[in-house]
Design a protein around this ligand. Structure first.
Ligand code: GFB
Length: 312
């Protein structure tokens, strides 16, 4: 039976982030009460999380809080990516159990899959091979989150589910060049080069890795779809169904931004996994599909970037 969100107290953990804020926007049409915790609640601290749950009594929880970053940040801060994410998810999931939360959605990442997984990657490729080294710390934490949901379901009958989003982008993204993912980095680089009349922009690695991108508003829609209609043990992939080489993505971003200079490659930076296109068959069979095309989505992300710049 479908889970009706109307009238529920829905806690969105990580509401200030790109993903959490998109989920809050999407929940506005569900007739529920959205709960958020301010920054004074350190989600890595068990007592703080337990106290917050006891005081606020959510019915439903979305675990969109995480320490996230692009390939270089993942590679540079392995302890932060592993420890922070383990603590955040363990505290949020355990406190949900203690406080009789009816339904919980945990968000992971497509980097949970083996580096050389078959493409498109089906859900059952999990734990079938070695991980990509640049992000294995983050991936291990996210795999632990999936397993926590399964363990609470198995031992205590909790309706905790997991979704694995592909590479995300959109309004609210991190545009800091050292810590961001590729798409916001390219938007910023192309924009600044256009403004400065520069001859070229530089991208990291060879440009040949392929990535799949999903606009965060599509992700939020998929999350609400799963919250309402999915109660299975296995995690569900949430992607756009197509991938693109980084070099082609760069051309597309330059076109949208209006920068027509050259593109150079910094081979000292890592490529990461060669390809991670997920299979969307499982969620498609349930009746969900993304709506926002890549070009349209990039234009939206660029608009959000310009708005942010104007505010600063
Ligand atoms: O988005 P990204 O940082 O993360 O990089 P991953 C994707 C690809 O774009 C890599 C290349 O091959 C990068 O080398 N790239 C080219 C750039 N230019 C740039 C640039 O200016 N900035 C960045 N950041 N990349 C992350 C994982 O992997 O994906 C996380 O580290 C998480 O754990 C996330 O899973 C979704 O796709 O390689």
């Amino acid at each position: 039976m479908d889970y009706d969100l109307s009238g529920k107290r829905v806690y969105v953990a990580g509401h200030k982030g790109m993903v959490g804020s998109a989920i809050v926007r999407r929940l506005a049409s569900e007739g529920c009460e959205v709960l958020t915790a301010d920054r004074s609640v350190d989600l890595r601290e068990q007592a703080a999380v337990r106290d917050w749950y006891a005081a606020n009594r959510p019915d439903t929880v979305v675990v969109a809080a995480a320490k996230v970053g692009g390939i270089l940040a993942n590679d540079t801060y392995p302890a932060d990516f592993l420890y922070d994410n383990l603590m955040i998810e363990a505290n949020l999931i355990e406190a949900a159990y203690r406080n009789d939360v009816e339904k919980l959605l945990f968000l992971g990442s497509s980097c949970i899959y083996p580096k050389m997984a078959p493409q498109p990657i089906p859900e059952d490729a999990l734990l079938t091979g070695p991980l990509e080294p640049t992000n294995e710390w983050y991936a291990v934490a996210k795999i632990a989150g999936i397993k926590l949901c399964q363990a609470y379901r198995r031992q205590h009958g909790c309706d905790y589910i997991s979704a694995m989003p592909t590479n995300l982008y959109g309004p609210g993204d991190n545009f800091d060049l050292d810590s961001s993912h590729v798409l916001p980095a390219l938007i910023r680089k192309a924009h600044e080069a256009k403004e400065a009349g520069a001859a070229f922009i530089e991208i990291w690695g060879t440009g040949s890795p392929r990535r799949e991108f999903l606009h965060v508003d599509d992700l939020a829609d998929g999350c609400v779809f799963l919250l309402k209609g999915y109660s299975g043990d296995e995690h569900v992939n949430l992607g756009s169904g197509t991938d693109i080489p980084i070099i082609d993505l760069t051309y597309l971003v330059c076109e949208v931004v209006g920068f027509d200079g050259a593109i150079s490659k910094d081979a000292s930076k890592p490529d990461g996994t060669p390809r991670k296109l997920m299979s969307g068959d499982k969620i498609a069979a349930m009746g969900w599909a993304p709506k926002i095309g890549l070009r349209e989505g990039i234009a939206d992300a660029y608009r959000a970037f310009l708005e942010g710049e104007r505010k600063n």
